[in-house]
Design a protein around this ligand. Structure first.
Ligand SMILES: Nc1ncnc2c1ncn2[C@@H]1O[C@H](COP(=O)(O)OP(=O)(O)OP(=O)(O)O)[C@@H](O)[C@H]1O
Ligand SMILES: [Mg+2]
Length: 291
């Protein structure tokens, strides 16, 4: 059997809290094969983003292994990570917050090309234009700034920027949650087309099972930091074993949750906002992660 592109084995992430630590991710394991899509689904606060941030090494996990093509990146330092960063890219929930407001779309997409070593300015501009076209934006988009785009268009720029690094895995953390249902469907369709053409692997993370099921061959269901169910999407959907999966399935069938709103009942009481400080799990800057 060929080795999967990504193997996460026994991942643990503890965040420091006033009287000790809070285990946000507890012994999570899964694999992502080359060119395939793994969905990660679970209620708000169950640890999905913490898993994503560990994989792109925006934070250092407390324990466990993260094997990228066989190399464990879980404990590598920034210098050791640099040559590997391009292999896994992330698309964030809030494209506005993650795009530099002062740069044109073309410059935003060209930036990773510079880091990738594309020396010629014209070469970078041409490649950025190609990627902007690939994500379905008109050439008139090239010189506009993030504020001059709609949410769905901004998300396309975020995807184009991620693709500029020529990643082998794209981690989409609630990448379509802020979008209207129809725009969400367009972005998901774009991801599907890109995968068909490039053999890129995806991790699609959402609290919305309806979004995850559309692209994912396999899914992992998380609850309170743990994997409660995993397997082929069709199997998990037809005969869900975990209570959480059944609740997510019900929510996915309810059209009001398709707008990316989190049903109140799913917001775990007492969860902390992700922007609270992490000590053990050292967060690094998004800029560093992009290198
Ligand atoms: N920096 C932090 N310090 C302390 N606790 C944190 C920190 N970041 C996240 N947490 C807590 O860890 C748990 C997992 O958070 P995480 O953001 O990974 O959840 P999530 O599944 O992505 O949720 P959502 O669907 O709302 O995005 C939550 O209980 C959260 O409050
Ligand atoms: Mg999250």
């Amino acid at each position: 059997m060929t080795r999967p592109f990504l193997e996460v084995d026994g991942l643990v992430v503890d965040y420091p809290v006033p009287h000790g630590t809070f285990r946000a991710v507890d012994n999570v394991s899964f694999t992502v094969a080359r060119g395939e899509t793994l969905g990660i689904v679970g209620e708000s606060g169950c640890g999905k983003s913490t898993v994503a941030r560990s994989i792109v090494r925006l934070l250092t996990p407390t324990a466990g292994r993260i094997l990228v093509d066989g190399t464990d990146i879980a404990r590598l330092n920034e210098r050791q990570l640099r040559p590997l960063r391009s292999r896994i890219q992330m698309v964030f929930q809030d494209p506005y917050g993650s795009l530099d407001p002062h740069l044109s779309a073309q410059d935003i997409v060209a930036e990773p090309l510079r880091l990738r070593g594309v020396r010629s300015r014209n070469g970078r501009a041409a490649e950025a234009a190609r990627l902007i076209d690939l994500v379905g934006l008109p050439s008139s988009a090239l010189h506009r700034r993030p504020a001059e785009f709609s949410g769905g268009q901004r998300q396309r720029i975020g995807i184009a920027r991620a693709l500029a690094s020529r990643p082998e895995l794209l981690v989409c953390d609630e990448a379509t949650s802020a979008l209207d249902v129809s725009v969400q469907a367009q972005v998901l369709e774009l991801l599907r087309q890109i995968q068909a053409e490039t053999h890129l692997a995806y991790m699609i993370i959402s609290h919305n099972l309806g979004v995850v099921r559309q692209l994912s061959r396999n899914i992992v269901v998380m609850s309170e930091g743990k994997v409660v169910e995993s397997g082929a999407t069709t199997d998990v959907l037809t005969s869900p074993r975990a209570q959480v999966t059944r609740a997510l399935r019900r929510a996915a069938l309810d059209p009001t949750t398709m707008r990316g709103r989190k049903p109140r009942a799913m917001v775990r009481a007492g969860t902390r906002p992700p922007e609270a400080t992490a000590g053990d799990a050292r967060p690094e800057t998004a800029q560093e992660a992009a290198r």
